[in-house]
Design a protein around this ligand. Structure first.
Ligand SMILES: *Cc1c(COP(=O)(O)O)cnc(C)c1O
Length: 434
């Protein structure tokens, strides 16, 4: 078995080393140390443009929000700003990071299923553009905070359309019993709308749904769109209010494994657009502004993580372990929901991948697995192991478990490799310890 290059920004150079955006990953590991997150800035920008162009082509009025929980640090918000994106933030911390990077407050959408009064005040005081309110109680708080600030706050309402998007339970969010939003089926979504309309300091902009993640099929979006447009008509019939914005969420699929394909974004948006137009016409409502919120699909393929291999363990008659100098502290996704990853030995990228092993981390947990049962090049101590397509939900989910230091993050582009997040130090670890 030979190395498969999952993304068009990956290659193998004349030394047989794995490269990203033309940069030799073995040299990056040498220069910046390991574990190391490498993010290909050119790829991120290319993906932002792909989405923006597709939305512009298929909708007269549309916009793309970057769901910044996928990868949140100052440099990323600068890129999003330069690419003309809006961003989703799900915490005051993400809002703070975006604002620190100079991201315009009016292009921030504040999401999340549980905003406390302090968070709401923080967002209102910082004049963020929109709230995506999750529930009735939140509306009261937003109204109160807006009143205190002497403003009228624009709000979208998170609606649960009641769809099972056939994805892993931990990344499905559109079913009725989800912790997110108010459900149409139970009548609570309609109460939610009426409550928003009754609030003096809230301006209701529209409705939002997000049905899940890692979808290669337009069907969950099409189903959501049918339900949401029907709901928009019911709102109009019952209250006379017509939605201005319909936000269909994110969850576009990414190629993590050789047997998957990269999503044709333009095609996907085009398929969804056909349904939106038809459904709006069928329900007699004006075409609202359509928004999408891709997270992982903007950044996942732009990333690889580089580790140094430790002492390989071969348990005779059982299995082999390739341990690396990181693990669930920098990539908890296999431990959390068995996320698949493709791994290779970066300095042996042309060698045959016929060694069978589990790639494991250094944390004190048997569950600290980066990927089990992989076929990979035979590795020895000191080799560089690359985990592909780690741009999303790796750095943003990292922790200091076992007091491992969070890795550095390097942004690479055509002729440049620059640290965008410094590697943590021992000092950082004890900074808040009194
Ligand atoms: C997580 C999330 C997204 C992005 O999901 P991806 O799978 O990363 O595209 C978009 N919108 C909402 C509300 C989310 O919670």
């Amino acid at each position: 078995m030979n190395t498969i290059l999952l993304q068009d920004n990956y290659s193998i150079n004349e030394k047989g080393n794995f490269t990203i955006c033309g940069h030799d990953t073995v040299l990056l590991a040498e220069k910046f140390g390991t574990p190391l997150y490498v993010i290909d800035e050119d790829k991120v920008r290319q993906m932002c443009r792909t989405y923006k162009n597709a939305v512009e082509k298929h909708f007269d009025n549309g916009d793309v929000l970057y769901a910044s929980k996928a990868l949140s640090f100052k440099g990323m918000y600068k890129i999003a700003k330069e690419e003309g994106m809006c961003v989703d933030a799900v915490s005051a911390g993400e809002i703070y990071t975006a604002l620190s990077a100079g991201f315009p407050a009016d292009r921030i959408y504040y999401h999340g299923n549980n905003k406390m009064m302090d968070d709401i005040n923080f967002a209102v005081t910082n004049k963020i553009g929109y709230f995506v309110a999750d529930n009735l109680g939140e509306l009261d708080f937003i109204d109160e905070a807006a009143k205190k600030a002497g403003i009228v706050q624009k709000v979208l309402l998170r609606i649960t359309p009641g769809i099972d998007p056939h994805t892993h339970a931990k990344i499905a969010t559109g079913n009725v019993d989800s912790k997110f939003g108010e459900a149409i089926e139970t009548g609570q979504a309609m109460e939610f709308v009426k409550h928003a309309l009754s609030k003096k300091n809230i301006y209701l902009s529209g409705i939002h749904c997000h049905v899940g993640s890692q979808s290669f099929d337009p069907q969950p979006f099409i189903d959501a769109c049918e339900i949401m447009t029907r709901f928009a008509r019911e709102i109009k019939d019952e209250t006379g209010y017509e939605i201005e914005v319909l936000d269909l969420g994110g969850g576009f699929g990414v190629r993590y494994l050789p047997e998957q394909q990269n999503l044709d974004v333009e095609w996907m948006i085009g398929e969804i657009a056909k349904t939106v137009k038809k459904n709006c016409a069928d329900n007699g409502i004006d075409m609202p502004k359509i928004m999408f919120e891709p997270g992982r699909s903007l950044v996942a393929a732009a990333g690889v993580t580089l580790y140094t291999v430790g002492h390989v363990k071969e348990i005779k008659g059982y299995k082999n372990y390739i341990p690396v100098n990181g693990g669930m502290s920098d990539n908890p996704r296999y431990a959390l929901y068995e996320a698949p990853y493709y791994c290779l030995i970066a300095n042996k990228a042309n060698e045959s991948m016929d060694y069978h092993a589990d790639i494991v981390g250094s944390c004190c947990e048997s569950g600290d697995v980066i990927q089990p049962d992989v076929n990979i090049q035979k590795a020895v101590y000191g080799d560089i192991l690359a985990v592909c397509v780690t741009g999303a939900y790796n750095y943003s989910m990292s922790s200091n478990y076992n007091r491992f230091l969070k890795p550095a993050l390097v942004l690479v582009s055509k002729n440049k490799a620059q640290v965008a997040i410094k590697r943590e130090t021992f000092e950082d670890l004890v900074r808040n310890d009194l």
